[in-house]
Design a protein around this ligand. Structure first.
Ligand code: PEP
Ligand code: MG
Length: 544
């Protein structure tokens, strides 16, 4: 048995086989092959596997984002079966005696260039799809060549590190736990693990070796310990710990349907943080009173190109409808820093956390911003949507945002497209600047939501992505508590409500402090809703 230590980012125990995350190869190697028939067979097998994957993706997409958005996976299946495409691959293998990956990659490039050069808009758009299909085939071919067993059972996903775009694309039903060599407890991958209720350990270091691939292991997210090839005794102790934890979680289920109210009658809105349509289901299962933060950028991260207005509209509408009249606060695009998206073509920056990100991108890329606002407003006709803007530092920004929002509303009115005329708008308080002018900002918006993850990073001058600094990243720092007090007072003095949607909101050690302060809403990972409800129901604010 090997015992490895890291930092636990979400409690819970998982027992299963380790599977190292296979990153798609960015460069395809070309090599000589003698057995042409074997190479053709590899292509055929990969094609069957890809078709199976695409069918699965189609079904999942129908459930998550509706049939119209799922159609693309049908188009991909048709492309794979296209005779010209298949003949081109076979020809390259036969005439050049080369490997399947190379033949698929070259065919993908050739077809994509051919489509891009066509006059017809429909075919032009297919250029990206044929590349996507080819990349899928290449990925299947390369992992098959690496001897990778694609597991049918859920596994413990191991990796050097996972960036958000990789994490969101994993099939979560196959993930028992995450364990990484690097990474910080405040990263978005850690946040996704909490949202999905998956035990996770980061920063284990180089001792997490690839040779552990496929070995049985235990993840103890409470203590940040990974046991590889556990002995009998550890296995039985940890199995008991897992079952006890599950039983405790089951007990919490009794709190479902109960009010979130203190012993002395103070009601608190307890909402969930989500990243996509499926998470809204998890929020409902955990009895969230609404969605306090929908990180809309995950929709952009899951895409290979800018999501269209209709595509976004469908997602926002689906979440609003699924939440059935409960409030859904959707945050506009918050990319940059650790959330990088290839098709945005953002320049490399020395200090990305202090760089071109979030609202700064929206206020220079009006096309992107207005498309999202139109989609959000249109969806507001189907449920109770609020819009929230991230990374605010000035009044000027807020006034410009409101101006743009009014423009989009006017366009929709003109086109007779229905939307909620009284849609609630708010801002995130996640920079010290926003706290210090919160009295002025409060006069411009309907609510504040404090993003304590970034507020801590910017107040303490500590990069939340840097695992070396976890020791210094003290979210309980008096400076943060005072900032929360300032923002809360200014919100209430100006008649607006204030919530917390950063990870600190779920910190049970601070629940009493937040209640005493008068925080109106806490938005947390779905799995934290019931524990927090329990804590709030046991608290008497008048006695604090
Ligand atoms: C925050 O900064 O606290 C927040 C909620 O936003 P994100 O974690 O997505 O940056
Ligand atoms: Mg933030």
């Amino acid at each position: 048995m090997v015992t490895l230590k890291g930092k636990g980012v979400f409690g819970g125990v998982a027992i299963g086989k380790i599977s190292f995350y296979q990153r798609a190869e960015s460069t395809i190697k070309r090599y000589h092959v003698d057995d042409i028939d074997a190479e053709l067979k590899r292509v055929e097998d990969a094609k069957e596997k890809a078709l199976e994957e695409l069918k699965g993706l189609y079904d999942r997409a129908v459930a998550e984002v509706g049939e119209a958005n799922a159609l693309i996976f049908e188009v991909h299946q048709m492309m794979l079966e296209d005779l010209d495409y298949q003949e081109s691959i076979a020809n390259i293998i036969k005439t050049q005696n080369v490997n399947a990956e190379y033949a698929v990659g070259t065919t993908g490039d050739n077809f994509s260039q051919m489509f891009a050069a066509m006059d017809d808009e429909y075919f032009k758009e297919r250029a990206a799809d044929v590349k996507d299909v080819s990349e899928r085939l290449v990925r299947i071919l390369t992992s098959a060549a690496d001897g990778e067993v694609v597991s049918d059972e859920p596994v413990i996903v191991a990796s050097d590190d996972l960036v958000p775009s990789e994490t969101v694309q994993l099939d979560k039903s196959k993930v028992l736990a995450f364990v990484t060599q690097f990474g910080s407890v405040n990263s978005h991958t850690a946040i996704i693990a909490r949202t999905l209720n998956i035990p996770a350990i980061v920063d284990i270091g180089a001792d997490l070796k690839e040779e552990y691939n496929h070995k049985l292991a235990i993840v103890d997210g409470f203590t940040g310990t990974l046991y590889v090839e556990p002995d009998e005794e550890t296995l039985s102790v940890m199995t008991r710990k897992r079952d006890e934890d599950l039983a405790k979680k089951a007990l919490l289920q009794e709190l479902k349907g109960k009010e979130t109210v203190t012993l002395d009658g103070r009601k608190v809105n307890l909402y969930a943080n989500i990243g996509n349509v499926a998470d809204a289901g998890i929020a409902l299962q955990n009895d969230a009173g609404g969605i306090g933060l929908f990180r809309s950028e995950f929709l952009y991260l899951e895409n290979t190109d800018y999501p269209s207005e209709d595509q976004q509209f469908l997602v926002y509408k689906t979440v609003a409808e699924n939440m059935a009249g409960k409030k859904v606060i959707i945050r506009t695009l918050d990319i940059g820093a650790d959330k990088q998206i290839g098709y945005f073509d953002l320049p490399k920056e020395e200090n990305p956390a202090l760089g071109y990100r979030a609202i700064r991108i929206c206020l220079t890329r009006y096309d992107v911003f207005k498309t999202q606002l139109r989609a959000l407003l249109r969806a507001s006709a189907f449920g109770k949507i609020s819009i929230m803007f991230p990374m605010i530092i000035s009044l000027e920004e807020v006034r410009e945002i409101k101006g743009i929002l009014e423009e989009v509303k006017a366009e929709l009115r003109e086109a007779k497209v229905p939307f909620d005329e009284n849609i609630e708008t708010g801002i995130m308080i996640e920079t010290p600047a926003a706290v210090m002018i919160s009295d002025l900002l409060a006069k411009e918006v309907d609510f504040f939501s404090v993003g304590t993850n970034d507020l801590t990073q910017y107040t303490l001058a500590i990069d939340r992505q840097n695992p070396k600094l976890d020791k210094f990243y003290n979210a309980h720092h008096t400076a943060i508590i005072r900032m929360l007090e300032i923002a809360t007072k200014n919100a209430h003095d100006n008649g607006i409500w204030i919530g917390i949607c950063g990870e600190l909101g779920a910190d049970l050690e601070l629940t009493e402090t937040f209640l005493k302060m008068g925080i109106d809403e806490l938005s947390v990972s779905p799995a934290m809703i019931l524990p927090l409800r329990k804590k709030i129901r046991e608290t008497d604010v008048s006695k604090l």
